[in-house]
Design a protein. Structure first.
Length: 481
């Protein structure tokens, strides 16, 4: 795809703050920001996605002459600040969990440590990219989990909120476990398998349904998958498909199956399966589409629907039940003389109180099962003896504890950018998808079920809890931080 300069993909207040930092003599002050999302009733887990595009954005920051001229025309920026933008580039550090990592509310998905002007500029674009792809990857993961091993195809391009949402939504859907996409440009750009056959318009273009099916089979004799619900699924669609399948087999071709896009999918697919089996086509697939999501797929499976391939579009690509992840980018610390001075945001809503300081996340696994059991958000540099039993304490309800004795630990964030240079080998999309599949398999089903899932434990280390509670106590007393 043609490269675009996305440097101005930012909110105006990022630039006004940058101008202010410049005029206040703070342009070289180093800050730490965290990207994370908050708990809500629809979020149980998410799959982190979008890192590659976020890094590409950061590494290619450049204010063109037209950009600077446009900002000058707003008459709100100091000329010295505008001159500084001409040589602007990112020189800081980025730490992130790998794409495809299972992440939970409050955990830093990505952390930026950079001069304040740089860190402030990239907030909006980072959130735009990470929020969107993480949202769609997470929705796809739930759809794929509901499909329980069946083929899932992402069919959402025509309903996506614009070209970029369709293209990068398709990428995210593959991370979430979809096997293919209908989006051809995404297939080309990301080496994703593409899928699709014909629409109702193909059938309607011929004098009869049979002639439409026959014509399609003549063009694609080894990939005959026919859409059978244009007129009457059971009275004409499936019988005509079977008739064409018989002709295809005689010519040495291969019938693949049928697709049903409307009606009572449970009833229709059960009847269609019987008809196909009786006609001698037990190995053909039945693909279903039409406003599907994880809940409708679960319901259809409970009803015994005979579907083994799912085309999921609108409700996946738009994440219809939760159209925004709600990820935020919050200041966690300011560096002074090489030391990170923690910062905290306080709110009457306890869920909006941030975790201060320069942090990391550890994941604890049960050695016997290999399953993830809990996450620990901790301060970087905090010392732990992971060779001994470790006790985690609930970050709010302090009477709740759990002790692990036979366990292993993995630190989730990796260093992606150091001193403005990419130091991380970005994996291919196939590698990310495989990693995400392993991540999903490392969690118990109780955490992934759709209704009333078990709450995964995400606790604060002793050091982080003490720091946070101490800062809150100082604020309560009106003392300076």
């Amino acid at each position: 795809m043609e490269k675009r300069n996305l440097t101005l993909l930012t909110d105006l207040y990022e630039l006004t703050m940058m101008n202010g930092y410049y005029l206040q003599g703070k342009k070289d002050e180093v800050a730490v920001f965290d990207v994370f999302f908050r708990q809500n009733e629809l979020i149980t887990y998410s799959l982190a996605a979008g890192l590659e595009q976020a890094v590409d954005y950061v590494m290619n920051l450049k204010f063109d002459e037209d950009d600077v001229s446009y900002l000058r025309s707003l008459n709100i920026f100091d000329e010295g600040f505008l001159s500084l933008l001409k040589d602007f580039k990112f020189t800081g550090d980025i730490y992130s969990v790998p794409e495809g990592t299972m992440v939970f509310p409050g955990e830093p998905i990505l952390t930026v440590k950079a001069p304040i002007m740089q860190a402030q500029l990239i907030e909006t674009a980072i959130l735009n990219i990470i929020n969107h792809q993480t949202l769609i990857a997470s929705k796809a993961a739930k759809v794929v989990y509901a499909a329980n091993g069946d083929n899932v195809m992402e069919f959402g391009l025509r309903r996506a909120q614009g070209p970029d949402a369709g293209i990068y939504g398709a990428r995210a859907a593959i991370i979430g476990g979809c096997n293919s996409t209908s989006d051809v440009i995404a297939g080309k750009e990301f080496d994703i398998p593409v899928s699709g056959t014909h629409a109702h318009s193909w059938v309607m273009n011929f004098p009869s349904e049979y002639e439409a099916f026959k014509a399609y089979a003549d063009v694609y004799p080894n990939g005959v998958l026919l859409l059978v619900d244009t007129y009457d699924t059971l009275k004409s669609g499936v019988p005509n498909a079977i008739k064409v399948f018989d002709e295809v087999v005689k010519k040495g071709g291969k019938p693949v199956g049928i697709r049903i896009d409307s009606g009572d999918l449970a009833y229709l697919t059960k009847q269609a399966r019987k008809m196909l089996d009786e006609a001698g086509y037990p190995d053909t697939i039945i693909c279903a589409s039409g406003d599907l999501d994880e809940r409708s797929i679960t319901s259809l499976k409970l009803q015994g629907a005979k579907i083994n391939s799912w085309g999921v579009g609108t409700k996946l690509i738009t994440s219809a039940d939760m159209p925004a992840l709600g990820g935020v980018y919050k200041l966690a610390g300011i560096e002074e003389n090489g030391v990170i001075i923690p910062k905290i945001k306080v709110s009457d809503n306890s869920a909006k109180i941030t975790n201060p300081g320069f942090k990391t996340v550890y994941r604890i696994y049960d050695k016997a099962t290999g399953k993830a059991e809990a996450d620990l958000i901790a301060l970087r540099g905090e010392k732990f003896d992971f060779d001994k039993p470790i006790t985690l304490i609930h970050p709010v309800e302090r009477w709740k504890t759990i002790t692990f004795t036979d366990y292993s630990v993995k630190e989730l964030p990796v260093t992606v950018v150091k001193d403005g240079k990419l130091v991380y080998d970005l994996p291919t999309l196939k590698e990310i998808s495989a990693y995400a599949k392993g991540e999903m398999e490392s969690f118990w089903d109780e955490y992934k079920r759709l209704d009333q899932p078990h709450v995964y434990k995400v606790d604060l280390s002793d050091g982080l809890y003490s720091l946070k509670s101490g800062m809150l106590e100082k604020i309560r007393k009106g003392e300076s931080l």
